[in-house]
Design a protein. Structure first.
Lengths: 427, 567
């Protein structure tokens, strides 16, 4: 009985100032920003604050939850902020009208570049701001790589190498924002034709498609896969955990793409001023240091290094070797710029295309791949069954008609049947 | 005159109680199911079966249904295969250490299977303990074995290992209840051992077997936790879970839930029909004197070797969880055992506000739901046994319905039905979690109370009534103390199941502040870093709790423990 009362007392309502945030970020981010903002808020206002974090799963899950809630209650859903999830999720939020604009003070805004290699770092109308940027690459299990005598990955197209059969861990781009961005990167940097071939080969080498990209570091660590497509900070966090001799990370050559991880204030936010304070904090140097610095350094996170690149180019020098960020994105050069407009225009279509050609017929694809490898990996045969069912221009035209569910489902079915036929035809 | 008025007043009390019970069951059992059915066929103001059609057309849903059937069939088949020989042996043979073997075989019941998934993955993964042992250390295999090539394997294996004790309990009870005279008659007529088994024993045992199979089949079909832990999403319960978020924008979830309800109703209906007159599985007559004989030497050896092997395999997930809970993160990288040990994770469980919070939450929910169970369970059992109220059969059926109701169905129903009301789980799931746990454990509580009532003599209560005490006074002061032991056993089990309940917890608790233990474990498991280890530590504590409560219940109920796991 006493235990019950104890339990009850602890939970009865939250008094005082609150902030409610929905986020796909992992617990380390939540813990560190909670601690940092509590201190910041106390300093600024002299009052304590309680942060409440909601997490429905991955980005796609959080997005669907928000959409479902706004459907039920269009004026506001009792949540203040959407934090993290990649630029594509925020495009959807913005287009649906779920975000409200908030202009940062000029002094702060000046420090943030408008874009990085083609990616906007904040929305022109101030509906969202990128709080950190992440690169994409491939993490790998070093002992297994050596033991099996495999070659290192140099470019994205290497993922389609036959010797990697069954050794890759990847997430379903329809469920994971990270996975989707990586597919789009491959398609843009290698060109549509070659990019599609790489995706087919990579899918053939993939064991199974997981739902969230957070499963991938575990699969690589446990040896279920040798390679895993991962966002940079997942890889670095895993490396911090098990050691540099066990896990490695490589960013393939070619187009450099950095995805901003945005934050935005939701319509009908119950604690608007506090939400604005939080956004300001995260975008200020104090907040950015939490992303960038090693744990337990002054100004940095308390317990966990978050391994994320700041959006403030000036901060890198200031922080010096307190930073754990291995690569300064503002010092890189890229062979081409990423086109986020293109990516967003064909977002759903690409998901459907990959699902129809690679994920649903995964069994047939893997069987065809095995046959092809056994028969000597003839490049002509490869060209035949990795042919994209549509070319890039057609994609643009189709994307315009994609809102029609009948047409969409018909086309998807056509693609799938076509793919299965091609795979079955492999000798 | 005064006596008539008093009697009338007593009747009113009884009827009021009945009305209250019916109301409770109507709101929290009937209404959500009805609402789900309604939402699945009433679309845009019209009766419309298109979502059922879409469900069958959608490839991934078709596959999910297929996979769930595969899992359920495989699990039922293998648990039968494993349990049958042991059941026959345990029912018919006498040997030294028999109760020890019996107890050991039941050990897997204490491990919530979805925690076991953590253990199984660490041991069976490509560079996990087993493969590393066999390939690197002992060099017996040249290649690691890929256990999880088919996602099904992990799920099916874990469920078999968790469910075979239930099948075993059912089968043992069924065989023990067979009148040995039948078998004697058969052998007198010249039937050999096999013929006797197939023609006499097995048919007589069938009702008990069906009872066990039904539980196992439905459990395996509707288990949410295990496939979720293996990230194996092409199964019906996970599809339902995924669609809880969409409940306002996409009615497909309703169609799937309706499908599950119809399926379970059909299976239960079939089983009742096959089992014939056996009434609701209530406390069956005590078993007749058994036809036990002393076990021969080779039979004993076989039993112990087989049993030992089974227990060893069944404990693999437990071993994995134990090791994960004490290994230093990062030190168990492609080695058989973790290289460094630490108690940090157990410390973390008690230090961190989120884990301690979830334990406190579960304590609150489980206590409240157990109290609710006791009150409602006793009242229903009392009304049915002692008071023989009218419409008793209806009340009985309603109250037993949760046995056939998978957790995901009820949870989904609650989320949908109570959205926007003061019970909305998005705001505060406490009420619905408590009620959900209580409703699902109610049949067991009623059984315990029922058993207690049947055991105590009615004359004591009659004496009390003769002396002028009203029905409720008699209940409180005479009856309850007499059945206290049974109630305690039932309450202890209800409490521990509620503490570690998985389906309702995963679906209803949407904010970390309200997470019960199961959801906290799941959330920890998904994290990078030491989340998995802390989840294992919590799982171990859960195991400990469950063990203690099963022991307490076993002591109090004695041989009748097995009854609690029958359908």
């Amino acid at each position: 009985m006493g235990l019950m009362l104890l339990a009850g007392c602890r939970r009865r309502g939250i008094e005082g100032d609150q902030l409610i945030i929905i986020t796909p970020h992992w617990q380390g981010v939540v813990d560190e920003f909670t601690a940092a903002f509590e201190g910041y808020y106390l300093e600024k206002t002299g009052r304590p604050i309680t942060l409440e974090w909601l997490d429905q799963g991955g980005t796609a899950d959080d997005l669907r939850y928000v959409q479902s809630e706004f459907e039920r209650s269009p004026k506001g859903i009792g949540i203040d902020l959407f934090y993290g999830g990649g630029i594509d999720a925020f495009k959807v939020l913005h287009e649906s009208g779920f975000l409200v604009p908030f202009k940062l003070p000029d002094a702060l805004l000046e420090e943030i570049p408008a874009e990085l290699f083609g990616m906007p770092l904040y929305e022109a109308g101030h509906h969202w701001y990128g709080t950190a940027v992440s690169g994409f690459g491939v993490m790998y299990n070093k002992p297994l790589l050596e033991r099996q005598g495999l070659a290192q990955i140099g470019s994205w197209s290497d993922l389609a190498r036959p010797e990697y059969f069954g050794l890759i861990s990847a997430a379903d781009p329809g469920r994971s924002g990270t996975a989707h961005t990586m597919c789009e990167i491959i398609l843009q940097s290698e060109g549509w034709e070659e990019g599609f071939r790489t995706l087919v080969g990579m899918s053939a080498n993939t064991r199974k498609f997981s739902n969230t990209s957070s499963q991938i570091p575990k699969e690589v660590s446990s040896g279920e896969a040798v390679f895993g497509l991962a966002i940079d900070f997942y890889a670095y966090t895993e490396i911090d955990l098990v050691g540099e001799d066990k896990i490695g990370y490589v960013m393939p050559e070619g187009a450099v793409v950095y995805n901003p991880d945005p934050i935005g204030i939701l319509k009908g936010a119950p604690h608007r001023e506090i939400a604005e304070m939080f956004v300001e904090f995260v975008m200020s140097e104090a907040g950015q240091q939490i992303w960038m610095q090693r744990a337990a350094t002054p100004g940095g996170p308390l317990e966990q290094s978050l391994n994320r690149a700041s959006v403030l180019p000036g901060l890198y020098e200031k922080v010096g070797d307190r930073s754990v960020v291995r690569v300064n994105p503002f010092e890189l050069t890229s062979t081409q710029n990423y086109d986020p407009e293109k990516g967003s225009m064909r977002y759903t279509l690409i998901n459907d295309l990959i699902k129809a050609c690679m994920i649903e017929p995964h069994v047939e694809l893997k069987q065809a791949w095995q046959r092809w490898i056994t028969a000597g990996s003839d490049p002509e045969v490869f060209k035949r069954f990795t042919q994209a069912p549509v070319d890039e221009d057609a994609v643009e035209r189709l994307a315009e008609r994609w809102g029609d569910p009948a047409f969409r489902n018909e086309t998807i079915l056509e693609w799938k049947q076509n793919a299965v036929r091609l795979y079955r035809a492999v000798p | 005159m005064r006596e008539n008025k008093a009697r009338a007043r007593r009747s009113w009390g009884l009827y009021a109680t009945m009305a209250g019970l019916y109301a409770f069951l109507a709101v929290f059992l009937i209404w959500p199911i009805f609402y789900v059915f309604h939402q699945s066929v009433w679309i845009n103001g019209r009766f419309d079966l298109s979502f059922f059609r879409l469900m069958l057309l959608d490839e991934s849903l078709r596959q999910s249904i297929g996979n769930s059937f595969k899992i359920a069939v495989l699990v039922t088949f293998f648990t039968t295969l494993i349990s049958l020989p042991f059941a026959v042996a345990l029912a018919r043979l006498r040997f030294r250490g028999k109760s020890l073997l019996q107890g050991l075989l039941l050990v897997p019941l204490i491990m919530p299977p979805f925690v076991g998934a953590i253990g199984l993955r660490t041991i069976l993964s490509r560079s996990g303990s087993l493969n590393t042992l066999m390939v690197d250390v002992l060099k017996i295999w040249s290649q690691p074995m890929d256990w999880f090539e088919y996602g099904l394997v992990g799920v099916v294996l874990l469920e078999i290992l968790h469910l075979y004790p239930i099948m075993l309990l059912n089968l043992t009870a069924a065989i023990a209840n067979i009148d040995p005279a039948m078998e004697e008659a058969a052998s007198n007529l010249g039937a050999g051992r096999w013929r006797r088994f197939w023609s006499v024993t097995f048919p007589l045992m069938r009702p008990g077997y069906f009872a066990g199979s039904v539980i196992v089949f439905i459990w395996a079909f509707t288990d949410l936790g295990t496939p979720l832990m293996f990230d194996y999403r092409r199964v019906v319960p996970v599809q339902i879970f995924d669609r809880v978020k969409d409940v306002n924008t996409n009615p497909m979830g309703y169609a799937i839930v309706v499908f599950v309800v119809i399926l379970t109703a059909v299976i239960f209906g079939l089983s009742r029909w096959v089992m014939g007159g056996r009434h609701e599985g209530m406390m069956s007559r005590g078993h007749t004197s058994s036809a036990e004989r002393a076990a021969r030497g080779w039979e004993q050896t076989l039993l112990w070797v087989g049993g030992g092997l089974l227990i060893a395999v069944a404990l693999v997930p437990h071993m994995g969880v134990i090791m994960s809970s004490i290994s230093r993160p990062g030190s168990w990288f492609m080695t058989v055992l973790p290289q460094e040990w630490t108690l940090d994770h157990y410390r973390a469980v008690f230090d961190r506000p989120d884990t301690m919070g979830s334990i406190q939450n579960s304590l609150l929910y489980a206590s409240l739901s157990t109290v609710l169970d006791i009150v409602i369970g006793v009242l229903i059992a009392w009304l049915l046994v002692r008071k023989k109220v009218p419409t008793g059969a209806v009340l009985d059926t309603l109250a037993m319905m949760p046995l056939a109701l998978p957790g995901v169905v009820l949870a989904f129903g609650y989320v949908a039905t109570f959205a926007g009301t003061f019970l909305d789980p998005r705001r505060d799931p406490t009420a619905l979690l408590v009620i959900g746990y209580a409703v699902r454990r109610l049949p067991y509580m009623i059984r315990s109370a029922y058993a207690g009532f049947q055991q105590t003599s009615i004359t004591l209560e009659e004496a009390s009534a003769n002396m002028g005490a009203g029905p409720f006074r008699t209940l409180w002061r005479i009856t309850l103390p007499l059945v206290a032991a049974n109630l305690l056993a039932g309450a202890v089990l209800a409490f521990s199941f509620a503490m570690l309940e998985v389906s309702d917890s995963l679906i209803l608790a949407m904010q970390p502040r309200f997470y019960p233990i199961a959801k906290q474990i799941f959330s920890l498991y998904l994290r990078l870093g030491d989340g998995e280890n802390i989840a294992s530590a919590m799982g171990m504590l859960g195991m400990f709790l469950l063990t203690v409560s099963l022991l307490v219940a076993a002591k109090t109920l004695g041989k009748r423990m097995g009854q609690l796991f029958q359908s």
